[in-house]
Design a protein around this ligand. Structure first.
Ligand code: ADP
Length: 327
């Protein structure tokens, strides 16, 4: 029989993502609905180690559902990699009598939760929050939809200039070592080429296609590159293309951190609200060390270790669609 849960902690950890605030709000309000007490932990694992946490009520999360970033702030925390750091974190949680944790973050934060829960008896529930969508076992992560929409809006604008001046544009989007932002934003903006880390890029094929366009004097071409692509990003791709296409104007635009910020999309707000609700239900049901993911529009509870071990994959069909639609 599980011991009765009384007080939980909630934090945001690792890279921030739009929709994290909506998730915090859902966790706090669901917990309070169930008469649990909730502590907000500042700056992820760092706040656990520094004992930087405070009690939250319904008002603490008023008027935040539409805000990007995270009111609890986020951080990367070196000390948490060490057993001594995790012990300090545990002692601080015990001081506050916190007996369950909700961690909103990416695969790194989940790895931290695995290490922590292997050593101490505090159940940890993850909420998949990352713009990169690089966690397997979930169809979507909080922040991905907003980031992709931001990228699409920016690329649409760049395409206007590209069309007006007959240029090749190489646009670099975020995603760390995952290509989902590039794939989705590239398809949505009609990119001719999409370069992602999950696939080896045939650069000669791209060069040949562009040389053919150069001959026909139809030099409009949009290339979307994931930051983690094997060529090392848009600047490197530009160098290779310029060497082979001396008569073309090839421009680069790195979208950068605008993809992380901004008001979350409706989809991310709803996803975060559902996931936050389910995280608390999970703790109440006595579940340990799972994260809340969405599969076929249903909330699933997936062991944290599997999110850690498996990276999402991109099927051949996606690449076929890109090729056919760009022809
Ligand atoms: P994200 O959650 O966005 O993937 P990171 O990979 O930076 O972000 O991880 C966030 C934090 O999680 C790290 O700064 C560290 O404190 C903790 N963490 C990650 N991996 C481990 C690990 N193997 N052991 C302990 N803590 C970890």
């Amino acid at each position: 029989m599980e011991k009765k849960l009384k007080r939980i902690g909630v934090m945001t950890s690792g890279g921030d993502a739009p929709g994290m605030n909506a998730a915090i709000r859902a966790v706090v309000r669901t917990a309070l609905y169930h008469k649990l007490e909730v502590f907000g932990i500042m700056r992820g694992y760092q706040g656990m180690i520094d004992n930087d946490m405070f009690q939250m009520d319904n008002r603490s999360v008023a008027n935040i559902i539409q805000r990007g970033g995270t009111i609890l702030k986020s951080a990367r925390c070196k000390e948490f990699f060490e057993p001594a750091g995790r012990k300090k974190a545990y002692e601080n949680l015990k001081k506050h009598a916190i007996d369950g944790l909700v961690i909103i973050g990416g695969d790194g934060s989940f790895r931290g939760a695995c290490a922590f829960s292997a050593e101490f008896d505090i159940p940890c529930i993850g909420l998949a929050g990352t713009i990169d969508k690089d966690i397997s076992g979930t169809d979507f992560t909080i922040g991905f939809d907003t980031a992709v929409n931001t990228a699409v809006e920016a690329i649409d604008k760049i395409r206007d200039t590209m069309d007006a001046h007959d240029r090749v544009f190489i646009i670099e989007v975020m995603g760390r070592d995952a290509g989902y932002i590039a794939l989705h934003s590239g398809i949505a903006t009609g990119a001719e080429n999409i370069l992602i880390p999950e696939r080896k890029t045939d650069i000669n094929n791209i060069i040949q296609g562009l040389q053919e366009k150069e001959r026909r004097k139809k030099m409009v071409n949009l290339i979307v590159v994931a930051e983690g692509d094997d060529f090392g990003g848009a600047n490197e791709v530009q160098k290779i293309l310029e060497e082979n296409l001396p008569h073309s104007e090839i421009r680069v635009c790195i979208l950068g951190h605008i993809q992380r910020g901004g008001s979350p999309s409706c989809m991310d707000r709803v996803l975060a609200s559902r996931m936050g609700y389910h995280a608390v239900e999970c703790l109440l049901e006595g579940r340990h060390n799972v994260f809340v993911g969405i599969q076929n529009n249903k909330m699933n509870y997936i062991p944290l270790e599997t999110a850690v071990k498996n990276k999402g994959t991109i099927s051949d069909e996606w690449m076929k669609i890109v090729k056919i639609l760009a022809s």
